[in-house]
Write a protein that binds this ligand. Structure first.
Ligand code: SF4
Ligand code: SF4
Length: 373
């Protein structure tokens, strides 16, 4: 029998028997090759049904959190591809859970972001609601106190995290753990850049938030992602990956190793290692690839003759007069109030180099240039 959600009838008991046979099994990180979004459903549907059905119970509310950074088309590789969202929703509907898609985009309305990304159309087709994460409640993390997370996240029975494989000018890579930062509503997010002040502290916050959100399942859309100066204005790259794991730290760690990136280079993983949060795991799948990291990840040695006058060379944002369309999004989102866009000015004494301006600019009009400190 074919259900309205597109799945053939499967023997759920058989799946559960196979699942329990693996009692005491080690954690698996699935890193599967997938070279096209048209093949996602055939790959992801059976993989989820065969390995993760027992995570969900009939009637449970399941918050599905994609990467909806901004209002971009699927082929721009900024947001989680709608075919991944569709496949996961069909899986959850098949299990008779009550899924809903939720996020709080950094630089556009949720309505615009879901529509441009194609996710709204998928939700409409499957009659799945889309919900704004706009209701902050205060809670304490392991390190940071008074973190305001959306109440909808804390009230949902389960959370499924649908991340995108991209570089990130501040955090170097954005994978599963970074994606749950979107569960902090709206402008609450930018205040944390000031409160944390350093990349290490910000990574520590991201780890806290991920532990509070507690996704039971993490899926990484790495079929086409982004390298170079991501997460919004980097270069498209076909990585050909669909990654799945119950544990977001293990998934991120495994993906890094298969990209040839030292996990300790990634602030979030360095912090997770420090807190002993990365469990032992085995990788199922022979996917591997490479990635060009953002310029902010490159070591910039200070020339010897400048050693005494310059402490370091850093990357700072600069507004391109040619490409800037004066939309003012960067000025509004800059947590340090360092931007005066009408004059194309950035006050480098105030700038904390969080690169939010670079992340939210819809026109790729922020360059990251070298500057001596
Ligand atoms: S730099 Fe980008 S975000 Fe800022 S005003 Fe110009 S176009 Fe808008
Ligand atoms: S100017 Fe850009 S990098 Fe500097 S603090 Fe503002 S948003 Fe962050």
């Amino acid at each position: 029998m074919i259900h309205s959600n597109g799945y053939e009838d499967v023997n759920v008991n058989q799946i559960q028997v196979e699942y329990s046979k693996r009692g005491g099994r080690s954690l698996k990180v699935f890193l599967r090759n997938c070279d096209s979004y048209e093949k996602v459903d055939n790959l992801l549907g059976p993989l989820l049904l065969n390995n993760f059905s027992s995570l969900f119970k009939k009637g449970e509310s399941v918050l599905v959190k994609p990467n909806l950074l901004s209002a971009r088309k699927p082929d721009q590789a900024v947001t989680t591809h709608p075919s991944i969202v569709e496949s996961v929703l069909k899986f959850l509907l098949y299990l008779e859970t009550k899924p809903f898609v939720a996020d709080s985009p950094a630089s556009s309305s949720l309505q615009k972001a879901t529509y441009e990304s194609g996710i709204a159309q998928v939700c409409e087709k499957l009659s799945v609601p889309i919900v704004e994460l706009d209701d902050p409640v205060q809670t304490d993390g392991q390190v940071y106190k008074k973190i305001k997370i959306s109440a909808k996240v804390l009230k949902a029975d389960k959370v499924v995290n649908l991340a995108k494989l991209k570089t990130h000018s501040q955090m170097i890579l954005t994978l599963a753990v970074k994606n749950t930062f979107g569960c902090i509503p709206g402008l609450e997010k930018s205040g944390w850049h000031i409160r944390c002040a350093t990349n290490e502290n910000f990574a520590s916050l991201l780890v806290d938030v991920h532990l509070l959100v507690k996704p039971v399942l993490n899926i990484l859309d790495g079929i086409i992602g982004m390298e170079g100066n991501g997460p919004a204005n980097g270069k498209l790259k076909k990585f050909g990956l669909v990654g799945v794991c119950e544990n977001g730290f293990a998934l991120d760690h495994a993906v890094c190793t298969r990209l040839g990136v030292q996990p300790k280079m990634i602030y979030v993983l360095k912090e997770a290692l420090r807190r002993d949060l990365i469990p032992s795991y085995e990788i199922d799948g022979d996917w591997s690839s490479s990635i060009e990291l953002p310029v902010t990840a490159q070591a910039l040695p200070v020339p010897r003759f400048l050693g005494k006058v310059a402490r370091s060379i850093v990357r700072v944002p600069r507004i391109s007069k040619k490409r800037c369309v004066q939309c003012k999004i960067c000025e509004e989102r800059c947590p340090a109030r360092a931007i005066e866009v009408s004059k194309y000015l950035i006050d480098y004494d105030k700038c904390i180099r969080c690169y939010v301006c670079h992340e939210v600019c819809p026109n790729d009009a922020i360059d990251l240039i070298r500057k001596f400190l």
